[in-house]
Design a protein around this ligand. Structure first.
Ligand code: FCB
Length: 447
């Protein structure tokens, strides 16, 4: 007889630069996103994360909000430039903030779920070469040790990187994300994976029993009838297999010759990466449909530049789509979870992000956002996660993106993913209908 799996746990996710604000407080150093946002034309509405949701100053209020929804966990990220403003020297006030965050979670019965890197590299390390330089992987391991030594007595489940595909390909191929470079995606992909492995070692050394994961934005890649099969294969290789083959099999896909360079991938690197995971996090928003090239006014998420080596192609999302232009397909989440569980049967899985951007034009009588569309997206994807569990996938958590409307990277504040609205002038938090829906799901699951 097989044991009944523990119930799926529910939580919410944010990331430091998208919500914290307070960029000049507590000795925080500059990050590559501060620099990138200041360049003309990089962020759609010319905004930045300098105030964002002011989560840094409203921490208790936000933790109360999460706890009010009967959630189990809070996924947040640690801003490296708060902890090591120059990428090396420790700033104790930075760690004090995350210490309070962790204690605040525990006091409210929430599991703290930190991510060490959600894209905000200290600018000082960028100036020394950034992720294209191998040395940055060693700096990341040192930073990991500093954080783990401070928080490891209370935090057991750790995430190294969030979506290293974005760091590598949006940051260093299509130039749509910080640091806005081109031509360096493959070295960065390898160095982020190497840094993940070194960070996993550092975590295990500092925190007995640490459970180490990485968060990937894997997706299902479908070829449209008019697609060039080489483009479909390369998109899948870059988006999915590069990461999974390295982590699960200790090799890179043959179709990516850039990763066969022994000067880049040095002896022993892939042995370190292979088997470095205790669990795997999946951020899922949409499937990819690859077909003939299309011309888009707005390149984000639609840019074949982010897939170096692929013949020209376009993405062809099918309706319904969100305001990001991303196709809504809950069955893609179910299929992906089942595929992953078959490929790595003993690896626990977590849905570490899932959510939707909508215009939020409907208001309820009390003035709050009546986001039936976001609620439907949420319910559909939670149901898909539960179906994947019924089909044998060991999925432990479902974490909704995001607690708050926040700074959506190159889209600035034009895209709203929050379950809670932020009133622009006052930064007052106003829960939307979707927030109450998640609370209802969490309460039912906990019974
Ligand atoms: C993911 C990011 C997250 C957020 C969502 C919408 O790729 O991890 O920070 O921007 O997309």
């Amino acid at each position: 007889m097989t044991a009944t799996p523990p119930p799926l746990r529910f939580g919410v996710a944010t990331s430091a630069y998208q919500v914290e604000g307070a960029v000049d407080v507590g000795g925080r150093g500059r990050s590559i996103w501060d620099t990138f946002c200041a360049l003309p034309g990089t962020v759609l509405d010319g905004s930045d994360g300098s105030v964002a949701c002011d989560h840094y100053h409203r921490l208790d209020e936000d933790l109360d909000l999460i706890a009010s929804a009967a959630l189990s966990s809070y996924r947040f990220s640690i801003a490296w430039p708060r902890v090591q403003p120059d990428g090396r020297t420790l700033e104790p006030r930075g760690l004090d903030f995350y210490d309070r965050l962790v204690d605040g979670c525990l006091a409210r019965g929430l599991q703290p779920f930190p991510t060490l890197y959600h894209w905000d590299l200290p600018q000082a390390l960028q100036d020394e070469g950034g992720w294209p330089a191998r040395e940055t992987a060693h700096r990341f391991a040192d930073y990991t040790t500093a954080v783990a030594e401070r928080l490891g007595d209370r935090v057991s489940t750790w995430t190294t990187h969030n979506e290293p595909w974005c760091t590598a390909f949006l940051g260093h191929a299509s130039a749509t994300f910080a640091p806005g470079l081109r031509g360096a995606a493959f070295p960065v992909a390898h160095h982020t994976l190497l840094s993940h492995a070194l960070s996993a070692q550092a975590l295990r050394a500092a925190v007995p029993g640490a459970e180490v994961g990485i968060v990937l934005n894997l997706t299902l890649v479908h070829g449209e009838p008019d697609a060039d099969p080489r483009a479909v294969d390369l998109v899948d290789a870059v988006q999915n297999r590069l990461w999974l083959d390295a982590l699960l099999d200790g090799r890179y896909p043959d179709v990516l010759p850039e990763l066969a360079d022994p000067a880049l991938v040095q002896p022993g690197d892939l042995e370190l990466v292979h088997g470095s995971l205790d669990w795997l996090g999946l951020n899922y928003y949409t499937p990819f449909r690859v077909g003939s090239p299309v011309t888009t006014a707005d390149g984000v998420g639609q840019d074949s530049d982010a897939f170096p080596g692929a013949p020209d192609f376009g993405f062809h999302p099918r309706p319904p789509v969100t305001t990001m232009g991303w196709e809504v397909d809950p069955s893609g989440l179910e299929d992906l979870l089942v595929q992953l569980s078959r490929r790595a049967p003993s690896l626990p899985l977590r849905v570490t992000e899932n959510g939707s951007a909508y215009a939020d034009e409907q208001r309820a009588e009390d003035g709050s956002v009546d986001d039936a569309d976001r609620e439907a997206y949420l319910l559909g994807h939670v149901a898909a996660t539960l179906r994947a569990r019924d089909r044998g996938a060991d999925v432990r958590d479902y974490l909704a993106w995001s607690l708050l409307d926040n700074f959506e990277w190159a889209q600035g504040y034009t895209q709203k993913f929050g379950l809670v609205e932020i009133e622009p002038e006052t930064l007052r938090r106003i829960p939307k209908r979707s927030f109450r829906a998640l609370a209802g799901i969490a309460r039912a699951a906990a019974q």
